[in-house]
Design a protein around this ligand. Structure first.
Ligand SMILES: Cc1cc2nc3c(=O)[nH]c(=O)nc-3n(C[C@H](O)[C@H](O)[C@H](O)COP(=O)(O)O)c2cc1C
Length: 206
Protein backbone atom coordinates (compact mmCIF):
# COMPACT_ATOMS: atom_id res chain seq x y z
CA UNK A 1 0.00 0.00 0.00
CA UNK A 2 1.19 3.53 -0.77
CA UNK A 3 -0.78 6.67 0.13
CA UNK A 4 -0.02 10.24 -0.91
CA UNK A 5 -2.02 11.98 1.83
CA UNK A 6 -2.31 15.18 -0.24
CA UNK A 7 -4.58 13.27 -2.65
CA UNK A 8 -6.76 11.96 0.16
CA UNK A 9 -7.57 15.11 2.16
CA UNK A 10 -11.32 14.51 1.87
CA UNK A 11 -10.77 11.03 3.29
CA UNK A 12 -8.92 12.31 6.38
CA UNK A 13 -10.85 10.01 8.73
CA UNK A 14 -9.63 6.88 6.93
CA UNK A 15 -6.05 8.23 6.95
CA UNK A 16 -6.35 9.02 10.67
CA UNK A 17 -7.63 5.52 11.45
CA UNK A 18 -4.64 4.08 9.57
CA UNK A 19 -2.12 6.41 11.26
CA UNK A 20 -3.17 5.43 14.76
CA UNK A 21 -2.61 1.76 13.96
CA UNK A 22 1.14 2.37 13.68
CA UNK A 23 1.78 5.55 15.69
CA UNK A 24 1.35 3.45 18.80
CA UNK A 25 1.22 2.64 21.61
CA UNK A 26 0.27 6.11 22.78
CA UNK A 27 0.13 7.21 26.42
CA UNK A 28 -3.27 8.45 27.55
CA UNK A 29 -3.74 11.79 29.29
CA UNK A 30 -6.92 12.09 31.29
CA UNK A 31 -7.22 15.87 31.19
CA UNK A 32 -9.06 17.73 33.93
CA UNK A 33 -10.17 21.32 33.31
CA UNK A 34 -12.71 23.83 34.59
CA UNK A 35 -15.15 25.76 32.43
CA UNK A 36 -15.64 29.48 32.91
CA UNK A 37 -18.83 28.60 34.82
CA UNK A 38 -16.82 26.33 37.12
CA UNK A 39 -18.05 23.03 35.64
CA UNK A 40 -15.47 20.23 35.96
CA UNK A 41 -14.46 18.52 32.71
CA UNK A 42 -12.54 15.30 32.24
CA UNK A 43 -11.54 13.75 28.89
CA UNK A 44 -8.95 11.23 27.60
CA UNK A 45 -6.42 12.19 24.90
CA UNK A 46 -3.86 9.83 23.42
CA UNK A 47 -2.25 12.50 21.27
CA UNK A 48 -0.18 13.25 24.35
CA UNK A 49 3.50 13.30 25.19
CA UNK A 50 6.43 14.94 26.99
CA UNK A 51 8.14 17.41 24.64
CA UNK A 52 10.70 19.21 26.81
CA UNK A 53 12.63 18.27 29.95
CA UNK A 54 13.95 21.72 30.90
CA UNK A 55 11.49 23.27 31.35
CA UNK A 56 9.23 20.22 31.68
CA UNK A 57 6.54 20.56 29.00
CA UNK A 58 3.78 18.24 27.83
CA UNK A 59 1.57 18.42 24.76
CA UNK A 60 -2.03 17.32 24.37
CA UNK A 61 -3.87 17.59 21.05
CA UNK A 62 -7.65 17.86 20.94
CA UNK A 63 -8.99 17.95 17.37
CA UNK A 64 -12.11 19.71 16.14
CA UNK A 65 -15.25 17.61 16.10
CA UNK A 66 -16.92 16.60 12.83
CA UNK A 67 -19.18 19.67 13.10
CA UNK A 68 -16.00 21.80 13.52
CA UNK A 69 -16.84 22.64 17.11
CA UNK A 70 -14.13 22.83 19.74
CA UNK A 71 -13.86 20.12 22.38
CA UNK A 72 -14.58 21.31 25.92
CA UNK A 73 -10.99 20.63 26.99
CA UNK A 74 -9.53 23.02 24.41
CA UNK A 75 -12.09 25.71 25.19
CA UNK A 76 -11.46 25.43 28.94
CA UNK A 77 -7.68 25.49 28.62
CA UNK A 78 -7.85 28.51 26.31
CA UNK A 79 -10.02 30.38 28.81
CA UNK A 80 -8.42 29.37 32.11
CA UNK A 81 -4.82 28.68 31.06
CA UNK A 82 -4.39 25.61 33.26
CA UNK A 83 -5.10 21.89 33.39
CA UNK A 84 -4.28 18.66 35.16
CA UNK A 85 -3.24 15.41 33.48
CA UNK A 86 -4.02 12.18 35.31
CA UNK A 87 -2.26 9.00 34.18
CA UNK A 88 -4.61 6.30 32.87
CA UNK A 89 -3.97 2.98 34.58
CA UNK A 90 -5.56 -0.43 34.27
CA UNK A 91 -7.80 0.27 37.28
CA UNK A 92 -9.40 3.36 35.73
CA UNK A 93 -9.31 2.69 31.98
CA UNK A 94 -13.05 1.95 31.67
CA UNK A 95 -13.93 5.08 33.65
CA UNK A 96 -11.53 7.16 31.55
CA UNK A 97 -13.14 5.71 28.42
CA UNK A 98 -16.59 6.76 29.67
CA UNK A 99 -15.29 10.35 29.78
CA UNK A 100 -14.80 10.16 25.99
CA UNK A 101 -18.58 10.31 25.50
CA UNK A 102 -19.43 13.71 23.97
CA UNK A 103 -21.24 15.15 26.99
CA UNK A 104 -22.43 18.77 26.71
CA UNK A 105 -20.18 21.36 28.41
CA UNK A 106 -22.45 21.72 31.46
CA UNK A 107 -22.02 18.04 32.36
CA UNK A 108 -19.36 17.05 34.90
CA UNK A 109 -17.53 13.91 33.68
CA UNK A 110 -16.30 13.19 37.22
CA UNK A 111 -19.95 12.57 38.13
CA UNK A 112 -20.63 10.54 34.98
CA UNK A 113 -17.54 8.33 35.28
CA UNK A 114 -17.53 7.83 39.04
CA UNK A 115 -14.00 9.23 39.32
CA UNK A 116 -13.28 11.44 42.33
CA UNK A 117 -11.99 15.03 42.17
CA UNK A 118 -9.22 15.94 44.62
CA UNK A 119 -7.81 19.43 45.19
CA UNK A 120 -4.71 20.40 43.21
CA UNK A 121 -1.92 22.43 44.83
CA UNK A 122 -1.27 25.18 42.29
CA UNK A 123 -4.11 25.16 39.73
CA UNK A 124 -7.90 25.25 39.82
CA UNK A 125 -8.84 22.01 38.01
CA UNK A 126 -8.95 18.97 40.30
CA UNK A 127 -6.69 15.93 40.32
CA UNK A 128 -8.18 12.48 39.72
CA UNK A 129 -7.97 10.73 43.08
CA UNK A 130 -8.01 7.21 41.60
CA UNK A 131 -4.99 7.94 39.39
CA UNK A 132 -1.67 7.43 41.20
CA UNK A 133 0.13 10.07 39.11
CA UNK A 134 -1.26 13.53 38.35
CA UNK A 135 0.54 16.56 36.93
CA UNK A 136 -0.52 20.19 37.27
CA UNK A 137 0.13 22.32 34.20
CA UNK A 138 -0.10 25.93 33.07
CA UNK A 139 -0.74 26.81 29.43
CA UNK A 140 2.32 27.95 27.46
CA UNK A 141 0.82 28.16 24.00
CA UNK A 142 -1.61 26.58 21.57
CA UNK A 143 -0.55 25.70 18.04
CA UNK A 144 -3.44 25.20 15.61
CA UNK A 145 -3.41 23.09 12.45
CA UNK A 146 -6.51 24.51 10.75
CA UNK A 147 -10.17 24.86 11.64
CA UNK A 148 -11.65 21.92 9.75
CA UNK A 149 -13.22 18.75 11.18
CA UNK A 150 -10.34 16.69 12.55
CA UNK A 151 -7.87 19.60 12.60
CA UNK A 152 -5.74 19.35 15.69
CA UNK A 153 -4.74 22.06 18.14
CA UNK A 154 -1.69 21.28 20.23
CA UNK A 155 -1.83 22.52 23.80
CA UNK A 156 1.63 22.95 25.30
CA UNK A 157 1.62 23.02 29.09
CA UNK A 158 4.42 23.61 31.55
CA UNK A 159 4.40 21.00 34.29
CA UNK A 160 4.21 22.92 37.55
CA UNK A 161 3.79 20.04 40.00
CA UNK A 162 3.92 16.24 39.97
CA UNK A 163 1.91 14.09 42.39
CA UNK A 164 3.03 10.47 42.71
CA UNK A 165 1.50 7.97 45.15
CA UNK A 166 4.45 6.75 47.24
CA UNK A 167 3.64 3.05 46.80
CA UNK A 168 4.73 3.34 43.14
CA UNK A 169 8.30 4.33 43.96
CA UNK A 170 11.16 1.91 43.40
CA UNK A 171 14.48 2.04 45.28
CA UNK A 172 15.94 4.42 42.66
CA UNK A 173 13.22 6.98 43.39
CA UNK A 174 11.53 6.42 40.01
CA UNK A 175 8.19 4.81 39.27
CA UNK A 176 7.97 1.01 39.07
CA UNK A 177 6.05 0.30 35.82
CA UNK A 178 4.66 -2.95 37.22
CA UNK A 179 3.05 -1.02 40.06
CA UNK A 180 1.87 1.86 37.86
CA UNK A 181 0.13 -0.43 35.32
CA UNK A 182 -0.22 2.39 32.78
CA UNK A 183 -2.36 1.73 29.73
CA UNK A 184 -1.52 2.72 26.15
CA UNK A 185 -3.82 3.26 23.22
CA UNK A 186 -3.36 1.53 19.90
CA UNK A 187 -5.57 1.76 16.78
CA UNK A 188 -9.25 0.82 16.57
CA UNK A 189 -10.55 0.31 20.13
CA UNK A 190 -7.46 -1.60 21.20
CA UNK A 191 -5.40 -0.87 24.32
CA UNK A 192 -2.08 -2.22 25.56
CA UNK A 193 -0.78 -2.99 29.04
CA UNK A 194 2.71 -1.83 30.01
CA UNK A 195 3.51 -4.62 32.45
CA UNK A 196 5.41 -6.62 29.81
CA UNK A 197 8.69 -4.84 29.10
CA UNK A 198 12.43 -5.33 28.63
CA UNK A 199 15.61 -3.35 29.24
CA UNK A 200 18.05 -2.26 26.53
CA UNK A 201 20.92 -0.05 27.74
CA UNK A 202 22.10 2.74 25.43
CA UNK A 203 25.16 1.91 23.33
CA UNK A 204 28.47 2.69 25.02
CA UNK A 205 30.50 2.88 21.79
CA UNK A 206 29.89 3.75 18.14
C1 LIG B 1 -8.35 6.60 24.91
C2 LIG B 1 -8.88 7.77 24.13
C3 LIG B 1 -8.00 8.67 23.58
C4 LIG B 1 -8.47 9.80 22.89
N1 LIG B 1 -7.58 10.66 22.35
C5 LIG B 1 -8.02 11.79 21.72
C6 LIG B 1 -7.09 12.73 21.21
O1 LIG B 1 -5.87 12.60 21.36
N2 LIG B 1 -7.60 13.84 20.58
C7 LIG B 1 -8.93 14.06 20.46
O2 LIG B 1 -9.35 15.07 19.90
N3 LIG B 1 -9.84 13.17 20.96
C8 LIG B 1 -9.41 12.06 21.59
N4 LIG B 1 -10.31 11.18 22.12
C9 LIG B 1 -11.76 11.52 22.08
C10 LIG B 1 -12.09 12.52 23.22
O3 LIG B 1 -11.81 11.95 24.48
C11 LIG B 1 -13.59 12.86 23.16
O4 LIG B 1 -13.85 13.59 21.97
C12 LIG B 1 -14.08 13.63 24.38
O5 LIG B 1 -15.48 13.64 24.39
C13 LIG B 1 -13.60 15.05 24.42
O6 LIG B 1 -14.13 15.60 25.59
P1 LIG B 1 -14.30 17.15 25.89
O7 LIG B 1 -15.22 17.72 24.82
O8 LIG B 1 -14.91 17.16 27.24
O9 LIG B 1 -12.94 17.78 25.83
C14 LIG B 1 -9.87 10.01 22.75
C15 LIG B 1 -10.76 9.07 23.29
C16 LIG B 1 -10.27 7.95 23.97
C17 LIG B 1 -11.24 6.95 24.54
Amino acid sequence: MYIDTREHESDWQRTYRLLITFIQPRPIALVSTLSQDGVRNLAPFSLYNLVSANPPVVMVAPSFRRDRSSKDTLRNVEAAGEFVVATVTQAIVERANQCAYEYPPDIDEFDKSGLTPAPASLVGPPLVKESPVNIECSLLEIKRFGDQPGSGSVIFGRILAIHVDDYLLADDGLIDPDKLEAIGRMGRCTYVRTTEHFDLPLPTQG
